[in-house]
Design a protein around this ligand. Structure first.
Ligand code: CTP
Length: 473
């Protein structure tokens, strides 16, 4: 199969031809490889392009940089890779490698290899496809593991025995789940079992890299796909035990509470329809995080989770610290969302007074819209009548927020021209003219006939003063 008619390939056709010709002149084989090939087939935008050279990737990149007019090359000798930046692209060259790993280390022993060796050591069949760039095979797909078929079947699968692929580099378990989530694919059974078997090896991967994958899962259209895979494979309790703890239902005297893990996933998926702000998505994940710790069964009342919003907001920082998420104003935003996530619903159950709305607005500040999105996503009841009632109450709260904001704005609003501005600009003879002019400007702005900016207000005032026989200074 040839892919040289695909849009993403044609976009870089000149570059690929130059690279292929240079490789031909040097008697080297060169291939496009990895994510870029996958994205050509999926027709997704791709920012990085990886090439594999049979031989030394660094040497090839050096000679290519000259052909491209002394483009800047960065070398990573330890990894045997070289990067060239051209316009908004980063292209990376690596020599084909054969790697073997030691059991307790991520650091591979690397030897030169063939294209097939290089494809063998990749994480997933969809990421192990190559495209030839030499004259003899320009544009030809080289797909020894049927990655193309897996894309058609929407399947995530490792090229080799998953036990080997995941044991070599355990981050690939997170990557498999992340790609399944981003693409909405299923993880093939053997590959899934490979994750279950190797899950403990995730402990040799740095927290930063694990969290990067978690964030990519969270930024996917339906993140619950990834969290369910993490949960059922057993990875979740290793990488994010606080979220795992949300799972479970307890029953006392016939009273059960809902499963807070699946509830949280639903809230997260709901929110993803309303916002792609990663921190608001984190707030959705953490909004009920203290429910397990605050859970009580109170006879005559049932299950309660008193103070879970307060305790939950205090759990945000230690969780962020452990997950190596930033401890900055983004974290404070998440703390605030978790702390206040019940307020709009409480508010909507009472008579919605101006002062209650104002108090909430003071506490939440300009993030009020974000809080309302979180609260709307938190409605997961199956009882349609209840859902309808809450939605209507929220509409009342939102209307009230708008009214109060408008009222407060008007109360604090000052026209753009002050009494002093008027005295400085006009020869005022009668003192009452100052108030008269000022009031006329104010009314015209409130009526909407004059814009709320000083230059426009002066145009209006100059004309009015002229009509009143008041001279400019
Ligand atoms: N790769 C791998 N094992 C890893 C990481 C990467 O086998 N742990 C291989 C895959 O073939 C992958 C390629 O290296 O396609 C490039 O990796 P990277 O740039 O990290 O990922 P992409 O697949 O391009 O996708 P994304 O940018 O979404 O991470």
């Amino acid at each position: 199969m040839y892919l040289n008619q695909s849009e993403l390939f044609i976009k870089h056709l000149d570059l690929f031809k130059k690279i292929g010709e240079l490789a031909d002149r040097q008697n080297k084989e060169i291939y496009l490889i990895g994510g870029f090939v996958r994205d050509i087939i999926l027709q997704r935008p791709s920012k990085d392009i990886d090439f594999v050279v049979i031989g030394k990737g660094i040497d090839f990149a050096k000679s290519l940089a000259q052909v491209l007019g002394n483009a800047k090359v960065s070398y990573f000798e330890n990894y045997g890779t070289a990067q060239i930046s051209i316009e908004d692209l980063i292209i990376e060259f690596v020599g084909a490698r054969k790697e073997s790993y030691q059991r307790d280390s991520r650091n591979p022993i690397v030897e030169d290899g063939t294209l097939k060796d290089d494809q063998d050591r990749r994480d997933l069949t969809i990421n192990a496809m190559g495209i030839g760039l030499n004259r003899s095979n320009f544009g030809q797909l080289i797909d020894p593991f049927d990655g193309l078929g897996d894309i058609e079947r929407q399947t995530i699968r490792t090229p080799l025995d998953p036990d080997k692929t995941f044991s070599d580099d355990p981050l690939r378990m997170m990557r498999a789940i992340r790609f399944a989530t981003q693409l909405g694919f299923k993880i093939e059974e053997n590959t899934y079992e490979g994750i279950v078997k190797n899950k403990e090896r995730i402990s040799i991967i740095s927290q930063e890299r694990i969290t990067e994958e978690l964030n990519k899962i969270i930024m996917s259209p339906v993140p619950s796909i990834g969290f369910e895979y993490l949960y059922y494979t057993g990875l979740l309790e290793l990488v994010f035990p606080e979220m795992q703890d949300l799972h479970g239902v307890e029953t006392i005297n016939g009273f059960s509470h809902k499963d807070n893990f699946f509830h949280t996933l639903q809230v997260l998926d709901n929110l993803c329809q309303l916002s792609d702000d990663i921190w608001l998505r984190w707030a959705a994940i953490l909004h009920d995080i203290a429910k397990p710790a605050t859970k009580r069964f109170e006879p005559g009342i049932g299950w309660t989770f008193h103070g879970h919003e307060d305790k939950g907001s205090r759990m945000v920082k230690p969780i962020f610290k452990k997950l190596k998420l930033p401890l900055n104003e983004k974290m404070k935003f998440v703390e605030k969302m978790v702390l206040l996530h019940l307020r709009p619903i409480v508010l909507s159950q009472e008579k919605v007074t101006d002062s209650a709305v104002r108090r909430l607005m003071m506490e939440i500040g300009e993030d009020i819209d974000q809080l309302m999105k979180l609260c709307k996503s938190d409605i997961t009841s199956k009882n349609e009548k209840k859902v309808e009632r809450i939605k209507q109450n929220f509409a009342v709260v939102e209307e009230k927020i708008k009214q109060v904001a408008e009222k407060d704005y008007l109360r604090n609003w000052q026209p753009p021209i002050s009494g002093t501005d008027i005295i400085n600009r006009y020869q005022i003879i009668k003192k009452e003219h100052i108030g008269l002019l000022k009031n006329a400007v104010k009314q015209s702005i409130l009526d909407g006939t004059v814009a709320d900016v000083q230059t426009e207000a002066f145009v209006f005032l100059d004309q009015l003063a002229n009509e009143m026989g008041i001279q400019k200074k």
